[in-house]
Design a protein around this ligand. Structure first.
Ligand code: FAD
Length: 552
């Protein structure tokens, strides 16, 4: 193993050890400010635990590992010394959420220029923090530098071992975001309730995004009325193919590793084609702006069987791994509007997702953690149905969303919220079980963004911090937004009987179970009024049908 790194051959002379996590693949990150290759070094580690603390899908593991290995190459090309741990060998695991086992990870060099840490140091630790702890004893840096991580657990574990080693830790703000955590906390403190709309408007003004002087472009902040159509009976027609990236040698190596080491993890890698480098992510952004942005807003909420990609951007993973900056994505969309290449309603709808929702959920996560993880406002305690891991269910909409998730590690927002999340919410699945599933299966899943979306927006587990009311609907919503119901053995108009759509049964039962709590929410008035129109006999039949569905 070869080292071109001065600091690696004389570890005691190491000034800063810059820790880079799998979702921090940005050469311009704040942790690199003032980086001096003669005195500083980068530390990266692949560890089993990050793929097993929840039962991560093969797509998710492969994306992170391939992204990390490509980033180590980019660091080398930039002349920055890297200490990099690779996973090796095969260690089959059988249980979801099973803690990392004691299989050995062997340290190898990511590239010829990365520096070796003696193998004896890597025989024991399997978690990220334990791995770092062992290496700190060898490398003895004067200070550890880290960009803010995306996961509370990782930050607290790393902080603990660095402090235990008697070293100072410098956590630098993540410039990828428009808002800082402290800025969001101050915003939240000044308000009784937190809602996206005003937060988003302030950011538009502050960063002069889609503004004409002090007015919003087009004279409106919100173009929802022009967005969110269904496709109609003829369907979406020809949708542009998504941007795909043929796995290169490094990615193929990772695919082989994942297929052996994590053989029993959910999903498949047959279709793996995600961008894994910054250059590829930039190409994916360009393809989105050129081919999909125009219709993004109009079909933002639409669903169609067998059409996973529609007019969405598929950029969330590249954004979350920091292969793209949020600013450049927002700017590319605004430029398309200014150049007359995309309509304002679509561009505003798209920018709202990134400048609005994405920033907002991050603020919620960091201001609410760690207690947020345990919230369960609706006291939901059902287990996650087994078919979430296999896709084997007769509900056509749910089957479609599950199967594409397992195949690609991707589902668009309405599938996540109004098909997958909705089913869990109506059934009464424990919000943490839903959280662990969502964190496991998607390529874009990092806890800061996944948890508020799942526990808050989708499951109403936070009792209304994220959403002003639970997003509940019967099977008729799915019928209106798609043609899934045509190919399904269930009828969304029926709540009891052999053809009853489970969504519809569970919807009425959800209102029944939570009517006392929900009656305090003015936005639920109409839905509860409809419940009150049912006779006591009908309500009793629905309750029995819901119990039967849960038991079956
Ligand atoms: P597009 O529809 O093209 O949207 C553009 C971009 O906006 C996305 O790439 C994403 O960066 C951002 N965005 C859109 N909606 C949201 C949102 N609600 N919160 C934060 N950012 C948003 N997003 C993740 O990035 N990671 C997750 O783990 C995740 N888990 C989710 C779980 C549930 C239950 C729900 C309801 C939503 C979740 N989302 C998550 C938000 C959203 O569904 C995804 O960002 C989106 O589907 C990704 O696909 P896309 O890139 O094609 O998005």
């Amino acid at each position: 193993m070869q080292s071109r790194s001065q600091s690696a051959s004389k570890p005691s002379a190491l000034r800063h050890l810059v820790v880079v996590l799998g979702d921090q693949l940005d050469l311009e990150a704040a942790a690199f400010d003032g980086f001096d290759s003669t005195h500083d070094a980068v530390w990266m580690a692949e560890v089993d635990e990050e793929s097993t603390h929840v039962w991560s899908s093969k797509q998710r593991i492969a994306l992170f590992l391939s992204g990390m290995r490509h980033f180590a190459q980019a660091l080398e090309e930039a002349g920055r010394p890297v200490h990099y741990h690779r996973l090796e060998g095969t260690t089959p695991r059988a249980q979801p959420s099973r803690p990392a086992d004691t299989s050995k990870t062997a340290l190898t060099t990511a590239t010829a220029a990365t520096a070796a840490i003696p193998a004896s140091a890597s025989a024991e630790p399997t978690g990220l923090a334990a791995r770092l702890q062992a290496d700190l004893q060898i490398l003895k840096p004067q200070r550890v530098v880290l960009t803010e991580p995306g996961d509370w657990r990782v930050l607290s574990e790393l902080r603990a071992v660095i402090e235990a080693a008697g070293l100072s830790l410098e956590v630098r703000a993540d410039r990828h975001f428009f808002t800082t955590v402290a800025g969001f906390a101050a915003y939240a403190k000044a308000r009784k309730s937190l809602r996206l709309e005003y937060f988003y408007r302030e950011l538009r003004q502050k960063h002069a995004i889609l503004m004409d002087g002090d007015q919003p472009a087009g004279g409106q902040w919100n173009f929802d009325a022009d967005n969110r159509e269904a496709f109609g009976p003829e369907g979406p027609g020809r949708v542009p193919p998504r941007a795909t990236f043929e796995p290169d040698a490094l990615t193929r190596e990772v695919i082989n590793l994942v297929n052996t080491r994590f053989a029993d993890h959910p999903g498949t890698l047959d279709s793996f084609a995600w961008p894994v480098t910054r250059a590829q992510a930039l190409q994916a952004l360009q393809r989105f702006v050129d081919e999909r942005l125009t219709l993004f807003g109009r079909y933002e909420d639409a669903l169609w069987p067998g059409e996973p990609w529609l007019y969405h951007s598929h950029l969330s993973a590249a954004l979350n791994l920091k292969l793209l900056t949020a600013r450049e994505v927002v700017q590319a969309a605004e430029q398309a509007y200014r150049a007359g290449r995309a309509p304002l309603h679509s561009v505003e709808g798209f920018i709202r997702q990134i400048l609005g929702w994405r920033e907002y959920v991050r603020g919620i996560y960091w201001t609410q953690m760690p207690g947020y993880l345990d919230k369960n406002a609706l006291q939901a305690h059902e287990a996650l149905p087994e078919f979430f891991w296999t896709g084997e269910t007769d509900m056509a909409c749910l089957r479609d969303a599950l199967q594409q998730t397992l195949r690609h590690g991707y589902a668009h927002h309405i599938q996540r919220l109004m098909v997958l999340g909705l089913y869990g919410l109506l059934r009464g699945v424990h919000p943490q079980a839903m959280h662990e599933w969502f964190l496991s299966v998607y390529v874009d899943a990092v806890e800061w963004v996944e948890l508020p979306n799942t526990l808050g927006m989708s499951q109403f587990g936070d009792g209304g911090i994220m959403a002003s009311k639970p997003y509940v609907a019967s099977g008729k919503y799915i019928q209106r937004m798609s043609n899934h119901c045509q190919g399904c053995r269930f009828d969304p108009a029926q709540s009891t009987g052999p053809k009853a759509c489970p969504y519809t049964t569970l919807y009425w039962d959800f209102l029944r179970r939570h009517q006392t709590l929900l009656s305090q929410n003015p936005r639920m008035g109409m839905q509860l009024k409809n419940l009150q129109r049912l006779t006591p006999e009908q309500v009793a039949q629905i309750e029995a049908a819901a119990a039967q569905h849960r038991a079956g």
